[in-house]
Design a protein. Structure first.
Length: 520
């Protein structure tokens, strides 16, 4: 329990301080400002000031560390002591700063730390409070950042700031200053699959992927990264919703303008295949940076099942400009139009019996398509590969092969070709060697139900009907036969062992008749 004597001393001290304050000159009372205090000496703890040559003031040494003895400074009286007064330069600086700040003012400060209910913001010599609800952020990502705020409230307890109000105010001012077609500079905040989000300061803007470049962009992240500085043109502005749509590509002239001047429908050109799709070809037009598209239906008169089995990236191709779509900025190409011209003069370039070195471009189970020397296509049925199975050549797509034209169908624009017709048929070869009535020594190779097959030439087997045989034949038997029939349409030659004697006898008779004559 405190003694009564101690309580009396405390009361006396308070009364003395009150009396001292009361009898101090008004300019030396707590809170008053002294503008002409002179620094007379400094120790480690205090700086000592001459106040009008009458009174000593003491200020904490660190507050005047940038000053020297003899300098005149302004200070604020903190409290009077018996022989001196305690003053502060920092308190006066803070007070002056506060006097300059009013509610709704825009101020700059640095967020120093997170505290209960919000953040502490350093503003010059003063600290202010930024509530979470007015910070415009959900996390700690603004700590250490210098930002602008609006003074929301100011009282003797301090200053309350609002980042949200600043953004609203800044947004309105920003939107009032800009218009469609203005060019803005921003920083890439996010790189998304569908475009870029640019930080414009108080607002963000969207650059859709279609507005990044006049050329198609497939991988945005390969071009842009967070933090990149980018200029973009305002193409759409919704001030009510604070939405800005931007375009990077519209900072430069649309290449289509120049492209359009270079082409007209019907123009004959050539190019290189850049990309093969299921439904057509993307083609780089020779001598330009322009692309055209050839739909699968405009590639050829035949139906394609797989374009990549016929064409390879890098292949040269001729075509005609089929259509130009300004709205979609697309050039449609057609190779069929080139073929149309070739077909109009087909009689001068392709005739039945013509021989050609062709390139195999597409193979199917029942035949193959080949490209002739004049770039027209012909079809070679599988049964036109060779006369005999063992003579069938090994064929692959991309190979060159000699063919002969066997049919030209102008109405349906189809050409049929053959490989086997380049060589004599086995039947014709045998037919030219053995005429009806000629004898031959043959070997039986096969037995059928009503006939035998016998090797007439290395490439052809003649037919021996069983009715033309006396007795039976076995495989491997050598037998003398006579040709009794040769049918080119059926591709058959009929042989007979039975009639050999008959023909020989007739030949002998004819020879005798010729030698001796009937009337000799």
């Amino acid at each position: 329990m405190k003694s009564k004597k101690g309580e009396n001393k405390k009361m006396n001290d308070l009364k003395f301080e009150e009396l001292l304050t009361e009898y101090q000159p008004s300019e030396h009372k707590s809170g008053s400002v002294i503008d002409d205090a002179i620094i007379v000496r400094v120790d480690q703890e205090y700086g000592y000031l001459d106040i009008n040559g009458k009174l000593e003031g003491r200020v904490r040494a660190f507050e005047i560390e940038d000053k020297k003895i003899g300098d005149t400074i302004s200070v604020q009286v903190m409290r009077p002591e018996e022989d001196f007064i305690i003053v502060s330069k920092i308190a006066l600086d803070r007070l002056k700063e506060l006097d300059k700040i009013a509610i709704e003012d825009v101020v700059e400060g640095t967020v120093t730390k997170k505290v209960k209910g919000g953040f502490t913001v350093k503003m010059g010599s003063n600290n202010a409070f930024l509530p979470f609800s007015l910070s415009g952020t959900r996390g700690n990502d603004i700590v250490s950042k210098t930002m602008e705020f609006v003074v929301k409230d100011k009282n003797r307890k301090g200053i309350t700031l609002s980042r949200v109000d600043f953004l609203k105010k800044g947004t309105k001012e920003f939107l009032d200053k800009i218009s469609v077609n203005d060019v803005l500079e921003g920083v890439v905040k996010e790189v998304l699959d569908f475009g870029l989000i640019l930080d414009l300061g108080v607002l963000t803007g969207l650059v859709h992927i279609s507005e990044l470049s006049w050329e198609q962009v497939s991988d945005i992240k390969a071009i842009y990264k967070v933090g990149d500085k980018v200029k973009a043109k305002v193409i759409e502005l919704n001030k009510e919703k604070s939405r800005i749509k931007l375009s990077i590509k519209q900072l430069t002239e649309d290449p289509w303008v120049k492209t359009r001047e270079r082409y007209e429908v019907g123009q004959k050109l050539s190019g290189v295949i850049k990309e093969i799709l299921d439904f057509g070809l993307v083609i780089d037009i020779d001598g330009t940076n322009d692309e055209g598209f050839m739909h699968i239906s405009d590639v050829s008169y035949r139906k394609f099942f797989q374009l990549d089995r016929t064409f390879t990236v890098g292949d040269k191709i001729e075509f005609v400009v089929e259509a130009i779509n300004d709205e979609k900025q697309r050039i449609s190409l057609s190779a069929k139009k080139i073929l149309d011209e070739k077909w109009e003069n087909i009689d001068e370039t392709v005739q039945e019996g013509d021989k050609n070195t062709a390139k195999i471009i597409f193979m199917q189970d029942y035949g193959m398509f080949v490209e002739l020397e004049n770039k027209l296509e012909a079809f070679v049925r599988k049964n036109e590969y060779a006369w005999l199975k063992e003579e069938t050549p090994e064929l692959h797509e991309g190979d060159e092969v000699d063919v002969v034209i066997i049919e030209v169908d102008k109405e349906n624009r189809k050409i049929a070709a053959s490989i086997k017709e380049l060589v004599v048929s086995p039947w014709l070869e045998a037919h030219e060697k053995y005429a009806i009535g000629d004898f031959a020594d043959v070997v039986v190779t096969n037995e059928l139900e009503n006939a035998y097959l016998a090797e007439l030439t290395p490439r052809f087997k003649g037919l021996i009907p069983k009715r033309e045989v006396s007795g039976e034949l076995k495989l491997g038997d050598k037998v003398k036969v006579v040709v009794i029939d040769s049918n080119g349409q059926k591709g058959s030659i009929i042989l007979s062992p039975k009639r050999v004697d008959e023909v020989e006898a007739k030949e002998d008779l004819d020879e005798m008749m010729e030698k001796y004559g009937v009337n000799n």
